[in-house]
Design a protein. Structure first.
Length: 221
């Protein structure tokens, strides 16, 4: 092929090419889990992003989409790991902390009360935490457990990005209306809530871009 041919091919490809992925996943390594306050955690001096939400909010499905690894959920959903904080090293560049899903009705009250102190201790003690991605089901108002989580987040003053999950379960206009309502309830600007569907992939790149933004932001003092 002559040089002329190559540039013509590149130009025509440009018009159809999707925008570049803001978070290309080159490697993903499961590091281990923190089961108790003060228990093991990776000490790698890498920036960290945590993902939080109620059980069943769609966190594993979302992480599968964000990381483009269908196998991801298998680790965090392994019996015994569901109540841990599970750590993954991504691209040798940052740590992803998958916080235990809270508020599961089938877990006894006593059991479900365990998540608060563990998550709170984690949030307070993580020196390289750059941000938390907080998931909420688009159809439901924040529960008392969500409120407790939001209180922890406000207290540690960490940047928070909200994601409204499962938007495919509503019509486009109903989902937009719910996001507006959630923004009022959470007292945040609407653009701090990313509408997301693991089923359609909608919102994946926006969230990936937000994560990349949190990682590149100056570390809060
Ligand atoms: P987790 O407990 O927060 O990790 O939630 P999962 O990712 O396991 O999802 C809980 C349930 O919701 C599963 O049945 C998923 O198939 C479903 N789910 C998760 N995300 C979506 C979504 O975006 N759309 C729809 N329709 N269902 C979803």
């Amino acid at each position: 092929m002559s040089q002329g041919d190559a540039s013509t091919a590149a130009e025509s490809a440009d018009t159809t090419r999707p925008p570049p992925d803001p978070l290309v996943i080159r490697s993903l390594e499961f590091m281990g889990g923190m089961a108790t306050i003060g228990g093991w955690r990776p000490e790698l001096d890498l920036p960290e992003i945590a993902f939080a939400g109620r059980s069943n909010v769609g966190k594993s499905s979302l992480l599968n989409k964000v990381l483009r690894r269908r196998s991801f959920a298998r680790v965090s959903k392994t019996p015994g790991r569901t109540r841990e904080i599970n750590f993954f090293k991504v691209n040798d560049a940052f740590i992803l902390a998958d916080l235990p899903g809270y508020g599961y009705a089938k877990v006894s009250k006593e059991r479900s009360a365990e998540w608060g102190p563990l998550i709170e201790a984690y949030l307070r003690g993580t020196k390289d935490l750059r941000g938390v991605v907080q998931l909420l089901d688009v159809r439901h108002d924040p529960t008392s457990d969500d409120r407790q989580m939001l209180d922890f987040l406000a207290d540690v003053e960490v940047p928070v990005m909200f994601v409204a999950t499962k938007i495919d379960k509503l019509s486009r206009s109903a989902a937009e209306k719910r996001v507006r309502e959630l923004a009022i309830m959470l007292q945040v600007e609407e653009d701090h809530i990313i509408p997301f569907s693991a089923q359609t992939g909608s919102g994946r790149d926006e969230l990936a871009g937000a994560i990349a933004g949190l990682l590149s932001a100056e570390r809060a003092q």
